[in-house]
Design a protein. Sequence first.
Lengths: 208, 208
Amino acid sequence: MLDPIKKIFPSFSTELVKDVDANASIQSFKAGDIIMRTGQYIKNTVLVISGKIKVYREDENGGEFFMYYLQPGQACAISMICATKNEKSQIMAKVVEDVELIMVPLPLMDKWMMQHRSWYEFVIDTYRSRFEEVLEVIDSIAFRAMDERLEFYLKRHADVCGCKELKLSHQEIASELNTSREVISRLLKKMEQRGIVSLHRNNIELLK
Amino acid sequence: MLDPIKKIFPSFSTELVKDVDANASIQSFKAGDIIMRTGQYIKNTVLVISGKIKVYREDENGGEFFMYYLQPGQACAISMICATKNEKSQIMAKVVEDVELIMVPLPLMDKWMMQHRSWYEFVIDTYRSRFEEVLEVIDSIAFRAMDERLEFYLKRHADVCGCKELKLSHQEIASELNTSREVISRLLKKMEQRGIVSLHRNNIELLK
DNA sequence: GAAAAACAGTGACAATTGTTACATTACTTT
DNA sequence: AAAGTAATGTAACAATTGTCACTGTTTTTC
């Protein structure tokens, strides 16, 4: 187990890797599983070994709003923040591609901050990068209309999956941007006419 | 100087207070001063002794978007996050009421994390509460129409100033919600008709 | 105290987004 | 291959938000 941890979290010191290996448990989840719910207490800090997790916000009426993805080598900032105070989760986390996770029990997360410099830096860096990502999300909804938000959304997706072929239905996109399917279809058609995308069934190809 | 610090930051340990007193400088700013700009490098972590600071996001066209206020006993989470990596600020911070600030130099912020348990907890708690506040802001723009956002905004203001008389012009509100003055006037009139507010010049009275 | 500036109210209209309703196309299942 | 289902296209209309133009009022400035 030592080797893969070192590979996926290269910034971890050797002692930290040993500590992780000795104390943390590995759990697997299937695509579609929800591993964190709004209002649920958080008992572990979650590190991603493999797979992909979608982190989103949910409102009372079941509306979703996409925030970001968690990928191998990353950790859930919310689970770190809440861990120290035994707080409730403010977000939803759903498995998009089957994942393997390292679950670090709550008290260790705290203890390691003092013991392992590389853990401390990893945690702080996780906070920072998520905070910045969330600020960008705020920008996109505060300052931009739906057409620009859609472009922003598609580009983020392409960045994450590392390809230009997005396997998404219009309905999925609409849910994650909290609008309706018709609006997305309409805007995508316009984008196609401008030559920005090429539309196929369950597949949007980014041309630029 | 020791006494006021202890009073305003009651969670700080005696040793931490001494360290703050010995190493940090106090600076004053006047209402209207901008103490942090998008793109500017951050050299200090900022703790508020007195006064009020508005933290907001700015887009390329000068549009503003209000995020939260900083008040006595609070610290700027962004300045903490960026400090450890010597990153650029992603936000604007403007003085609303004359402030006195404790400026903690960048390297100390980091050092104290290991030395002072109470500093560590203060920093983590600052992250957590700001992150939560930002998530609520996302909710308000992602899930709600302008009328509800306006109500949310007015209530937050009332909470912060601790009174029901909000000294705000329609234009100010419009800027902070990134919409136009006419829209705010229109919605406020409707709220007045519903008996939620009472409107006067530069003064909105919350009735509920 | 007159002029200027800031603040607020309002009607008309444009643009964007949300909703309803139904048609069409492309895959899946049997 | 026929039927069923999911995905997409699209027109028409409603609701919300943005913009323009102009009015009147209060406060500030000179």
